[in-house]
Design a protein around this ligand. Structure first.
Ligand SMILES: C[S@@+](CC[C@H](N)C(=O)[O-])C[C@H]1O[C@@H](n2cnc3c(N)ncnc32)[C@H](O)[C@@H]1O
Length: 262
């Protein structure tokens, strides 16, 4: 798989901060940091993120960890994150196969894990996390949904306008750049391990022109027991933990916190 499969992480990557604003990540990034710190034996200065995208979590996690290494399949998404997190190391790599030749106290895989579309993909990511996690360290996997928590057909909308720099619009410009989206999850075949998210983006330039783009993402959907089997099979001690977030309904999202035994 390449990121070019998804226009959002290819041509549209520079628009990512208008789709998903860093400000929306503060509370959840705090929850992830605390879980990782509490699961690690001893101090946890070094964090590796797999599938770090535009670096929205990293904006907050870099305040808790001394050293963050951010990896993603898409160079265009890494470029967005480099702007936001210039003090972090950024490396291109597929979370299934990347091997950095060093270990970390904590390994974090957020919503990018949903692009693992088979149990074999999941097993490979678990291996990547294992080889980069020191004995006594922790790994956290935070999928959007499990088979048990998938809401069926559901939609969401959002987006933002850019904050104009001092001086505002230039001659000939009529509005700030903006993006609005509608995402629509559905599952064409509930017996397999995948679901579909169709995105429609409306992308507005400063001259007021708007382009509409359709982007289909095929995402993996696994049962809690499949997750536990894969992660425990790699050697981790694993707990499934509900996400308790002020803006999220209770028991909708579940994460897997893994400890690498010494
Ligand atoms: C929703 S974005 C992540 C956003 C991120 N949580 C943030 O804080 O900005 C999903 C990311 O997964 C990445 N991705 C998809 N497949 C991947 C793979 N096999 N290995 C690494 N990254 C992958 C995409 O390039 C994209 O940047």
């Amino acid at each position: 798989m390449s990121s070019e499969e998804h226009q959002l992480y290819g041509d549209l990557a520079p628009w990512w901060p208008l789709m998903s604003s860093p400000g929306d990540y503060q509370e959840e990034a705090g929850i992830y940091s605390t879980l990782l710190e509490e699961t690690c034996d001893g101090p946890a200065p070094k964090l590796l993120e797999l599938g770090s995208g535009g670096g929205n979590n990293a904006v907050y996690m870099k305040r808790r960890f001394e050293q963050l290494v951010l990896t993603d399949l898409s160079e265009s998404m890494l470029d967005v994150s480099r702007e936001l997190n210039p003090e972090c190391e950024h490396l291109q790599g597929d979370m299934r196969t990347v091997r950095l030749g060093r270990t970390f106290d904590a390994v974090f895989v957020h919503d990018a894990i949903c692009y693992m579309k088979s149990r074999e993909d999941l097993r490979q990511v678990a291996d990547t996390a294992w080889v980069h996690c020191r004995p006594g360290g922790a790994a956290l996997f935070a999928p959007d949904y499990l088979k048990e928590t998938f809401p069926g057909s559901c939609s969401e909308q959002g987006g933002h306008d850019e904050q104009l720099a001092e001086g505002g619009l230039k001659e000939g410009e009529v509005c700030p750049r903006g993006l609005r989206y509608l995402s629509w999850c559905w599952d064409p075949d509930p017996t397999d391990d995948q679901y579909v998210t169709d995105y429609a983006y409306m992308v507005r330039e400063r001259d007021g022109s708007v382009t509409v783009v359709h982007d289909r993402h095929i995402e993996g959907l696994f049962a809690r027991s499949q997750w536990l089997e894969v992660l425990e099979g790699t050697g981790f001690e694993v707990k499934a933990v509900p996400l308790e977030h002020s803006e999220v309904e209770a028991n909708v999202h579940e994460m897997f916190v893994a400890h690498r035994p010494t």
